[in-house]
Design a protein around this ligand. Structure first.
Ligand code: SAM
Ligand code: SF4
Length: 358
């Protein structure tokens, strides 16, 4: 553990911790990827994430004073980068609800060694913000859109989402120069699975990469049942029967989506199959919540507070020591053990996705 009170600046940290790019957890996984949730609030109420009957108007979200500031986010992210992280993704809650989102992006864009800086949004405010996000230095955008059917989409967003607004956001992102844009589709049996082909028909040939995500048992409030999951394999067969596809190689080790391309040249699609084909063995991802808690798994029950030490004056060396300790002790592989853990720890309270960041 480094000495508390050592007053180092960031360049001192670079020199001291550069060698730690080899940091590994207990399953020999590096810390390559950091998801930063900048807010736990959202203007949607997707039933698989923040069901409207649970998250009413009076819901107790984090007080704003607990949100990390743009400067704090930049400082922590810089330390992750010293420890081998090279991909950053901003998420939430809905990240575009933060008024200072462009300041956050601009700060992260200044960190040396970041190969990728991305953001996931529900698209409801993207039309207004796409150009300024690009100017601030954001490299990639993923937009969530579960159906093009207005009624189905309304149901999938808790009655709050409007398809035309999200499509306008995607267009604005394209105009601003983001390419390729990805669209995330959570597929839930009996709710939106019958609209998948229409959605693909719309985006085929547009350059947008649609990725289908299996409905996951994140948190404990979405009343997840295995029967609600549409396995990616089933979806792939449905799609391939209409438009033949072939598999593509991963872009990099640890990529969570399995990629396919349409044989007629109309582009690429992906499948994220955390339930039926867990990828824990290659999970290089840490998560930082809006209040500065570090989580080492999407299905975690607890995390490590970094905001406390940060605001109490911890040096970079102190904070790096905390990060190293947490990562070296990491052994999470929830998705691989899902059935056993759900049986054994039925009452375990997992942290909700809107809180730790999707
Ligand atoms: C938590 S959201 C945060 C960012 C933004 N609000 C959005 O919806 O894109 C990030 C991603 O997680 C996905 N997601 C949320 N709950 C999920 C669940 N239970 N299973 C699978 N994906 C989920 C969302 O669809 C979205 O693509
Ligand atoms: S998935 Fe995104 S848009 Fe939907 S409720 Fe969760 S945070 Fe909001």
């Amino acid at each position: 553990m480094p000495l508390r009170g050592e007053n180092e600046n960031m360049s001192g940290t670079v020199a001291r911790f550069g060698a730690e790019a080899s940091l590994r957890d207990r399953l020999n996984r590096p810390m390559r990827d950091l998801r930063i949730s900048v807010i736990d609030r959202c203007n949607y109420r997707c039933p698989y994430c923040m069901p409207a009957d649970v998250f009413g108007d009076g819901h107790d979200f984090l007080p704003r004073a607990h949100w990390l500031t743009p400067g704090e986010i930049k400082r922590l992210a810089g330390l992750f980068v010293q420890l081998g992280t090279n991909k950053l993704r901003l998420t939430g809650g809905e990240p575009l609800l933060r008024k200072d989102i462009c300041e956050i992006v601009a700060g992260l864009a200044e960190i040396d060694g970041v190969a990728d800086l991305a953001l996931t949004t529900n698209g409801s405010r993207l039309a207004e913000h796409a150009a300024e996000l690009k100017r601030a230095g954001l490299k990639r955008i993923t937009v969530s859109l579960d159906s093009l059917d207005p009624d189905v989409f309304a149901a999938m967003s808790g009655g709050r989402g409007d398809v035309a607004t999200v499509l306008a956001g995607i267009d604005a992102a394209r105009t601003a120069g983001f390419a390729p844009i990805k669209v995330n589709v959570v597929v839930e049996r009996g709710r939106n699975d019958h609209t998948v082909l229409d959605l693909l028909e719309h985006f085929r040939g547009s350059g947008v990469i649609v990725r289908f995500i299996e409905f996951m048992d994140v948190g404990t409030l979405n009343r997840w049942q295995p029967s609600q999951v549409v396995p990616s394999k089933e979806l792939l067969e449905l799609i391939a029967a209409r438009w033949p596809v072939e598999p593509l190689a991963s872009n990099y080790r640890g990529e969570v989506a399995e990629r396919y391309r349409f044989l007629d040249g109309a582009g690429e699609i992906g499948f994220i199959s955390s339930v039926t084909a867990p990828f824990c063995g290659d999970c290089h991802r840490a998560r930082l919540s809006a209040d500065g808690t570090l989580y080492t798994c999407l299905f975690a029950a607890a995390g490590m507070d970094l905001r406390g030490p940060l605001r109490a004056g911890a040096s970079d060396a102190d904070l790096v020591g905390l990060l190293q300790n947490v990562w070296r002790n990491r052994a999470d592989r929830y998705s691989e053990l899902r059935e056993e853990l759900r049986r054994r720890e039925a009452d375990r309270q997992r942290i909700e996705m809107y809180r730790m960041g999707g």
